[in-house]
Structures are given as C-alpha cells and as structure tokens.
Design a protein around this ligand. Structure first.
Ligand code: SAM
Ligand code: SF4
Length: 460
C-alpha cells in the first residue's frame, strides 16, 4: 500500500473541527464511576483463560520544573524524596495487580511514562524493575517492546546505560523545539548538544527505534524557526518523530496561563508550519503513520502499517495488538478484557486506596458488542487507512453494509471531497484524507452521534 500524504489546505480548513484522538473507543467521556475496582478484578481474572500477553504501563508523575505548555498529568517538585512514598504504593499496587494475572503471561510491552520517569534515582529505577519481575513475567531476551520517556535534562552519563541493562530497548525523547527564544518562553531550556548527545548515546547502547517529540504552535515559532528545528532533527536521523499540535487551553491546564498569548502563532501560520513539516519529513524519507507520527519506512511501525498489524492504544502506536494493558500508578488507564479502567489522578486518593489494600481504579467502562465492533472499525481505519468489510464481518458476525448503512451514507460527502474511496467492499483512505482521519472515524462513533442528536433535539 502507498503511505503518501497530501496536504490540502482547503479540505483541512473545511474539516477542521475538534474531535477525539481515539486512543480509546469509547473515549474517556464514557468512563463512569459505576465501574470500580471489584469489577475490574473480576474481568482481569477472567482474561487468564486467554493466556494473552500483557502490556504494563507505569506512570511516574514527578517533574523537576514545569514546562508551560504541558498537558500531562504531573506533580512538579524539586524534592526528590517525594518519589519514595509513591514508589512504595506502586509496589503494593503491583502486588495486588500481579495476583490477578497468571505469572506465565509474558509481558511483551512495558512503558514508563509521566511526568518524567527519570526523576527517580538509579537505585529506585533498579528496584522498580526488580519488583516488576517479582510480580509479572518479564521477558529477558530483548524481544519485548520496553520503552521509556526521556527528558534529556534528566539523564546523566550512566542513566541510559542503566536503563538498557534493566531491559529497556526504546526511548522517546522530549525535544519540542531547538530555538532558544521558544525554549525560554515555555520554560523548557535544553541545549542542542545535550539532546544530540543523548540520541547518539542511545544509538550506541543499542536502543531500537529512538523517537523524538516535537511540538508546533508554541510561542515565537514560525516556519523559519520550526523548519530549522526539523532540519536539525532530520540530520540525527531518529527512526520515529512525533510532531504534536499545541492546543492552548489555559482554563484546563494551569501552567499554560504563563504562556504569552500574543506570541502564539496564528492558526494560518500553524497550518503552514504543519504543511512545511510534512514536506520536510517526507522529502527526508519519513512516512506518515497517522495522528502526528512519522517513521522511517523500514521502522517496525511503518512495516506494521503496511502489513495491517499496526495497533493503537493509550501509549500511541504499537505492533503488539493482542495484549491486556495493565495501568499502574496514579492516572493510569488499563485495557483489560473488554473494559477500560482508570486509577485516581489525585495522589492522596491514590495513596489512600492502596493503603486500604484496595486497587485504585475509580472509573471505567465495559464495552458491549457494538462498542467492540466500532472500536475495531475505528482502529483499522486509524492504523491501516484501509478497511475490508469482510475482515470485520468475519470477526463480528455482521453484514457490514447492513450494520453500517447509515455511516456509509454519511461517508459519501467525504468520498466526494476525495478523503476516501469506497469501492467494492473496501474503504480506502486517500492521501488527502490521512490528516483528517479523525473526521472519518467520527462517523462510526455512536456516542458522538447520540450527543449530536440530543443537542439537536434540545435546540428544536
Ligand atoms: C509526558 S511528556 C514526555 C516526557 C518528559 N516529561 C519530557 O517532557 O521530555 C510527553 C510529550 O507530550 C508532549 N506534550 C506535552 N504537553 C503538550 C501539549 N500541551 N501539546 C502538545 N504536546 C504536548 C510533549 O512533546 C512531551 O514530550
Ligand atoms: S513536558 Fe515533560 S517535563 Fe515538561 S512538565 Fe510536562 S511532563 Fe514535565
């Protein structure tokens, strides 16, 4: 399949509406507090019959300093002793979670995210991985996808070597932008040499698929400055690059109130930056995986997209689709059996649950057959940009054209606009539709439809 992408400004402007990113379906809006720890534990035990591999996500919420743009769940503190009481709870949670899952289920995927996972000391990192091995079946042959988010300011000479020894084989590096003025305006100052040094060291230590995070839409950015950052990144040749769109929502994310609004690029300049970035990256040989992500054509993600084995969940794209995802730590989301579950965001509440000997799940949702079917359709479209009706029919026992008659009709205007093609029994997203994949997926979102219908009837 072709992995090309077209930037069509007219279409982008016309379809530029807010919409979910579909890291889950149903989305977090449908999570409710009627789903709690007890039901989660029942479902978790039931999944043992499948013997499916596990994916573990650990949330380490601490950061030494705040980046003003940040929308992540974090606790900003200079006090490194704060890590210990948190990790003690994490170990207790791990013991409770580990008891639910058969130990012989291999952990094929593991991720430390944050916050800043390397905020914790080297001894604490070693202890955390050691405790994980006590409760779960970690792989020791480097065949798993074991990844960690790295803030280049938070690693010293021996950190990466230690992480490699502990079993990590992938890193993603928070770069955001190289321009000094931009860095100062968002309180994220890090030198180019620091970033490049970390990338080089990761490569020499044998980390696979190093990934770099960038953000466009920050104060003082324009095509020239951001174009320079992209050029510099292309030169160091990471396997994957994420280019996130900065959404300025100061009412929701407090640190963003410290961002100088007058210095933000206009919506037009932002789109021009995106267009230029796509051009620079595709000319340098990267392919667009979807939803802000680019990868080298021989990278596992790009290969999996072509083979139709790519998968997407809360941690982004992955090649391990057949896992139950266990979320550990505050805020973490689990995807176990046909359910989503989420731990308390608030550290005090998280601590309280664990101290009471209970899991910290405070909300979630169980999927019915329609949810499972629609999740499958949305995942296939987002990951493969293609969907064969027959593949869905085989798994879910439906007749696609009957079940989705309404949706197929609604796709017609998008087809007329050149976003996709429905031919025979296949939907194929066209190069001009790839940046608008969310809009295509939104057609299959039952909850969005119901919300729109409700709004409509209220208006009448
Ligand atoms: C949890 S952070 C990464 C780990 C580490 N704390 C760091 O900053 O390097 C994950 C990534 O989310 C992205 N991010 C955070 N806030 C964002 C926002 N408001 N808009 C777009 N991307 C954002 C950044 O690119 C960041 O590298
Ligand atoms: S971007 Fe990373 S380091 Fe900065 S505040 Fe957010 S989580 Fe912390």
């Amino acid at each position: 399949m072709s992995q090309s992408i077209d930037f069509d400004l007219d279409l982008i402007n016309r379809y530029n509406t807010a919409g979910p990113r579909y890291t889950s379906y149903p989305t977090a809006v449908q999570f409710h507090e009627g789903f709690g720890a007890e039901r989660y534990a029942e479902i978790a035990r039931e999944t043992n019959a499948s013997g499916r591999p596990l994916s573990l996500y650990f949330h380490i919420p601490f950061c030494d300093t705040v980046c003003f743009y940040c929308a992540c769940n974090k606790v900003v503190t200079k006090d490194r002793t704060k890590a210990k009481p948190y990790l003690d709870r994490l170990y207790k949670e791990m013991a409770m979670q580990g008891a639910l899952f058969d130990k012989n289920r291999p952990v094929t995927q593991l991720h430390w995210g944050g916050g800043t996972p390397t905020f914790i000391s080297h001894d604490e990192m070693t202890e955390l991985m050691g405790k994980t091995a006590e409760h779960f079946g970690l792989l020791d042959d480097d065949t798993g996808e074991y990844s960690i988010e790295i803030d280049p300011r938070e690693v010293d000479d021996s950190t990466l070597g230690l992480l490699r020894k502990l079993g990590f084989n992938r890193i993603s590096l928070g770069v955001q932008d190289f321009d000094e003025k931009v860095q100062k305006s968002v309180n994220r100052v890090q030198s180019e040499s620091l970033v490049l040094g970390v990338l080089e060291e990761a490569r020499s230590l044998g980390f696979r698929s190093t990934s770099v995070d960038l953000i466009y839409g920050l104060p003082h950015q324009d095509r020239k400055t951001f174009g320079d950052t992209i050029e510099k990144i292309i030169k160091v040749d990471p396997a994957r690059i994420s280019v996130f769109n900065y959404a300025h929502l100061p009412d929701r994310f407090k640190p963003q109130r410290r961002i100088e609004e007058e210095a933000l690029p206009s919506p037009g300049e932002k789109l021009a930056m995106l267009q230029q970035t796509i051009q620079q990256l595709t000319e340098a040989g990267y392919v667009y995986i979807g939803m802000d992500h680019f990868a080298k054509p021989d990278d596992e993600l790009a290969v999996a997209q072509r083979d139709h084995t790519l998968y997407r969940n809360f941690q982004g794209y992955s090649t391990h689709s057949n896992c139950d995802l266990v979320g550990l730590g505050s805020t973490s989301v689990g995807v176990v059996g046909n359910s989503y579950s989420q731990n308390h965001h608030d550290l005090e509440k998280y601590f309280q649950c664990i101290d009471d000997g209970k899991l910290a799940v405070f909300r979630g949702v169980e999927l019915d057959a329609d949810d499972v079917l629609r999740r499958d359709v949305i995942t296939r479209l987002i990951c493969h940009f293609e969907l064969a009706f027959e593949d869905v029919e085989k798994v879910h026992g439906i007749k696609f054209t009957d079940y989705f008659a309404r949706e197929l009709k609604e796709l017609k205007p998008m087809e007329d606009d050149g976003l996709l093609k429905v031919s025979g029994n296949t939907i194929t997203v066209q190069p001009a539709g790839r940046l608008l994949i969310r809009n295509i997926c939104m057609t299959f979102d039952r909850y969005l439809r119901e919300a729109t219908e409700q709004r409509f009837s209220r208006v009448i």
